[in-house]
Design a binder for this molecule. Structure first.
Ligand code: ISL
Length: 595
């Protein structure tokens, strides 16, 4: 343990610290500490004027990201697709959908990004294809028993006449996970009916995806975000399952939420005994790991530390860590952290469990608060049950307190960026954007809204086009003012140009935090909990030291006094400073230098 960095001032030695994470994990690869910005192409910036974002729009705005201070971008899918699930239904893995541009546009984007020092990760969707993929069309044409059908999960139905689905699995988006085709067979789709699951026992499926990896690696991408990384291999025999096929819920099963100590403390890697997470016969099967070992070998033949990041909703964290063992992937999104409530003890527990689990396999922890699948964290933190995770918010649902959510959201971000490891940001969070919580239901496009029978509002509310310019039509998203989803009028105040250069704005706070994080190497630092800040109630305060930076988040009602003599580096909102005394108000995070 590098405890020398933890006890640098008399003020802090007066408190006790608990080191958790050793600094200097093996290797100096960029992804161990990178801040990676997720671009959702249809909603980032539109150059063509059709109201849907595109690759040239992204390229034109890369300056914004370089100035923000991130290290890399991850692009959600831009491949040829009928857009039944906003591009997560891929018809051609080696081409760009005309909606987003051309392969030449991609090359230009990559060149510009690299020129600015930004690495680029692209999305790979291997669990399923589009129903318009050449393989699925061939499978449909060839009929039952054909080699073409073997690449997917076709089965005969149950019941005397085969008119019942082969098993009882349900789709993540709602409704049955099986669709029957005209000749009577059924095919499996864990997501939409237009997203047939591939058969990963088939050698052609394996070789095809290795070739797809090489195609993009040859172009120069720096890595891949692997969609539904826990889903590709299914249990033999496809047995019935009575669990819920859904994203990890904000329930007692998610260790972060209520601090389920047993789940967090499950260090044996077995995981199954806790009942936590998504351990049905369609998820987190042992067989997926061989795929990642093979992909690791593919990436290793390229220079430049190319990386794989797992989108795997798997708990407990020790189970997730198995995806980032040294010969598998490099990062895995920490969704246990994302689903943790606004509660000091729960946050400390999930951070400790995360660092211990990832340290155990020599991987970085990959913190994340928002993405294109969840309600934006500024809005989740403005709910009465702060940090709970509804499946979308509509006009007749509880409306978050926007100001409170933003205040807490900024505090949560500053806490996150103060932790060692890598972090992912979702486009628009640097503007403090809230979820669009009053979107007209007639405009919703997420298949989850339809397949759930309108029980789930779905994910459109976090996918609204970004506001770039307060005074322009469509807030400058597109040259024509068109936007594929409407933006709330209140977003004028969030527009990038309204915050640029404004001290204390969310945008400037993110910029400062990212600059300081980089200058002080917090990403490769270490964490020690500060067990007792004088006068602070541990049930209300998260306090830690990373290198010589004291990070304090106050979740309680009483202001927290920082040790005398520390120098405030960044604060998520105004702090009360009176001479030597710095007080951290409610729902605020402060970084202060101790040396
Ligand atoms: O598997 C899950 C629950 O057990 C889900 O949480 C699942 O991991 C998640 O829904 C996967 O999301 C990704 O794949 C989807 C796509 O709609 C999302 O946008 C994408 O992030 C299907 O490709």
């Amino acid at each position: 343990m590098t405890s020398d960095a933890l006890v640098t001032t008399p003020d802090l030695t007066a408190t006790s610290t608990t080191p958790v994470h050793a600094a200097g994990a093996p290797g100096a690869e960029w992804w161990r500490h990178a801040v990676i910005y997720q671009i959702y192409p249809r909603s980032f910036a539109d150059a063509s004027g059709d109201g849907i974002g595109d690759l040239p729009g992204i390229t034109a705005r890369l300056d914004h990201l370089a100035a923000l201070g991130v290290d890399a971008v991850w692009l959600s899918p831009f491949y040829t697709s009928p857009q039944a699930d906003a591009g997560y239904d891929v018809a051609d893995y080696r081409d760009v959908d005309p909606l987003f541009g051309t392969l030449a546009d991609f090359d230009a984007l990559l060149e510009r990004a690299h020129g600015l020092g930004l690495r680029v990760i692209v999305d790979l969707v291997p669990n399923h294809t589009s129903d318009e993929h050449a393989w699925f069309r061939a499978a449909m044409a060839a009929g039952p028993g054909s080699a073409e059908r073997e690449r997917y999960m076709f089965r005969e139905g149950a019941g005397e006449d085969g008119s019942l689905p082969p098993n009882n699995w349900t789709s993540v988006f709602g409704g049955p996970a099986w669709t029957r085709v005209e000749d009577g067979q059924w095919y499996l789709h864990l997501f939409d009916t237009r997203q047939p699951d591939l058969n990963w026992e088939h050698p052609e499926v394996r070789s095809e995806f290795e070739a797809v990896l090489r195609f993009w690696l040859d172009k120069g991408v720096d890595g891949f975000r692997i969609d539904v990384a826990h889903g590709m291999v299914k249990e033999q025999g496809l047995p019935d399952w009575d669990g819920t096929v859904a994203m990890v819920e904000g329930t007692e099963e998610a260790p972060g939420d209520h601090g389920d100590a047993d789940a967090v403390a499950d260090q044996d890697g077995a995981g199954a005994s806790t009942g936590a997470g998504n351990r049905g016969p369609m998820f987190d099967q042992e067989g997926v790991h061989e795929i990642y070992r093979a992909w690791n070998r593919v990436l290793a033949t390229y220079d430049g530390d190319r990386a794989l990041v797992a989108e795997a909703w798997v708990e407990p964290l020790t189970r997730l860590a198995r995806y980032v063992r040294p010969d598998e992937m490099h990062q895995a999104f920490n969704f246990s952290y994302l689903t943790t409530r606004w509660d000091a003890a729960a946050l400390r527990r999930v951070v400790t469990a995360s660092l211990e689990a990832s340290d155990g396999v020599g991987a970085p922890t990959t913190w994340v608060l928002s993405n294109h699948d969840v309600v934006r964290h500024t809005s989740r933190l403005g709910l009465a049950d702060a940090g709970s995770r509804p499946k979308g918010i509509g006009h007749d649902d509880e409306q978050p307190d926007e100001a409170l959510g933003l205040r807490r959201g900024r505090a949560a971000t500053l806490l996150t960026l103060g932790l060692p490891g890598s972090a992912y940001l979702y486009q628009g969070e640097e503007l403090g954007l809230p979820e669009h919580t009053a979107l007209d239901d007639d405009l919703r496009q997420d298949p989850a809204w339809f397949r759930s029978g309108h029980a789930e509002r779905g994910r459109d509310g976090c996918r609204v086009p970004l506001p770039w310019a307060a005074q322009r039509p469509g807030f400058g998203f597109s040259p024509t003012g068109a936007t594929w989803l409407p933006q709330p009028a209140s977003w004028a105040a969030y527009a990038a140009d309204a915050q640029d250069g404004v001290p204390g704005s969310t945008l400037e706070t993110y910029r400062t935090a990212l600059r300081v994080r980089r200058e002080l190497d917090l990403g490769t630092g270490s964490l020690a909990w500060v067990d007792g800040l004088e006068g602070a109630d541990p049930s209300q305060v998260v306090a830690l030291v990373n290198r010589d930076v004291l990070v304090v988040t106050n979740l309680g009602d009483t202001p927290v006094r920082l040790p005398a003599g520390v120098q405030v580096l960044v604060a998520s909102a105004a702090v009360d400073a009176d001479g030597e005394t710095v007080l951290v108000p409610t729902d605020v995070t402060v970084w202060a230098r101790t040396a």
